[in-house]
Design a protein. Structure first.
Length: 356
């Protein structure tokens, strides 16, 4: 039976992402810098998800970047390609200012903050994966795990915290790998070259591969999925992707607020239909889905940043917080139940018979 889970408390996310509220101008500068680099790349002619030819006209323009909805799978595509140059700028240029800013979103500066983020955000993910595997009749303790695109090792640490010991991670960022190994106290994380993505996924001995906020950032997500399909060791794939959701429309209305959903390496966004499309194409069965998003937190953030920048009174700001914070979770849950979230966690299982 497929597991479908909905909702998650927003308090931990709001607490972890205070900088999105307080340092909007800094994030906007980073966003504009990356957008300038992205606009210099060649035009994207085919859908990032299904490879069908994209239409000529765009549907949205955000931060001077056109976006097109694929007529075949409904995937939302940025108008430019993720070239080698662009991907290295975002993910691997550890001395570059763009990468430093990007990395800072996904790491904490001390052990207490790291463990807080791990416990509040990543252990629920690990527990959800554990439950989904048990529901499929396998013993999670007997499996080997690879967290691909592991960043600073939050998910690796979370899997270890719940007792899954045969876990490793790999990432392209030297600073994140070094930082994660230092915090975790062991060499769970390894460094790989950005061009070795498909090779690693073809050759790993892991039974379970996780891609937590990674698939949308890969230069060749289809190649990665094909490599996974053709690796007989891999049986399960645990994925988190950002979705084309209401958060995108908030950015259409409020251009002076950081675009959390379409920024940095997020040059395209999945939809429920585009996920089902690639699952069917690459012979994966969707075993479980956890629908929860931060669209209502984004609504809160957009209004907050606008009233703060307009220099309204503290009393007004406090009144707004009192109105919205108690109802964020209930409003978000209604979106989640309708599969309109800003992100989706899901577990895929490879079908037994597939053509390589």
């Amino acid at each position: 039976m497929k597991i479908k889970q909905y909702g998650k408390h927003s308090a931990s996310f709001i607490n972890q992402k205070k900088s999105f509220f307080e340092d909007n101008d800094t994030y906007m500068e980073m966003q504009k810098s990356i957008s300038i680099a992205y606009k210099k790349q060649p035009a994207r002619l085919k859908c990032k998800n299904c490879e069908h030819t994209l239409k000529e006209e765009h549907d949205i323009i955000l931060d001077d970047i056109p976006y097109k909805i694929c007529n075949v799978c409904t995937h939302l595509n940025g108008a430019y390609e993720d070239t080698d140059e662009f991907c290295r700028l975002i993910y691997t240029d550890d001395e570059g200012s763009n990468n430093k800013d990007y990395v800072q979103q996904y790491r904490e500066d001390n052990i207490q903050s790291f463990n807080s983020r791990l416990s509040s955000i990543y252990i629920p993910k690990a527990e959800y994966l554990y439950t989904s595997l048990v529901n499929d009749g396998v013993d999670p303790y007997q499996m080997k795990y690879l967290d691909f695109g592991s960043g600073s090792g939050y998910f690796v640490g979370a899997l270890n915290k719940i007792g899954l010991n045969n876990v490793n991670g790999t990432d392209v960022s030297i600073s994140q790998v070094d930082f994660g190994n230092k915090i975790l106290g062991s060499n769970f994380l390894s460094l790989h070259d950005i061009n070795d993505t498909n090779k690693i996924l073809r050759e790993t001995k892991a039974d379970v591969v996780s891609l937590i906020g990674v698939l949308e950032g890969l230069q060749d997500p289809r190649g990665a999925l094909e490599s996974i399909r053709n690796n007989d060791n891999i049986q399960y794939i645990f994925i988190l992707v950002p979705l084309f959701s209401i958060s995108v429309f908030l950015n259409i209305m409020s251009k002076n607020v950081y675009q959390r959903q379409l920024s940095g390496g997020h040059t395209h966004l999945y939809t429920e239909k585009s996920i089902k499309y690639f699952a069917d194409e690459f012979d994966f069965e969707i075993l479980s889905e956890w629908w929860f998003g931060t669209d209502m937190v984004d609504l809160y953030r957009h209004i907050f940043v606008n009233i703060e920048s307009a220099k309204y009174s503290e009393d007004l700001v406090d009144s707004f917080k009192e109105m919205i914070i108690p109802v964020i979770d209930s409003m978000q849950l209604e979106l989640d139940k309708k599969h309109k979230s800003s992100e989706l966690h899901f577990l895929l299982k490879k079908k037994v018979n597939h053509d390589k």
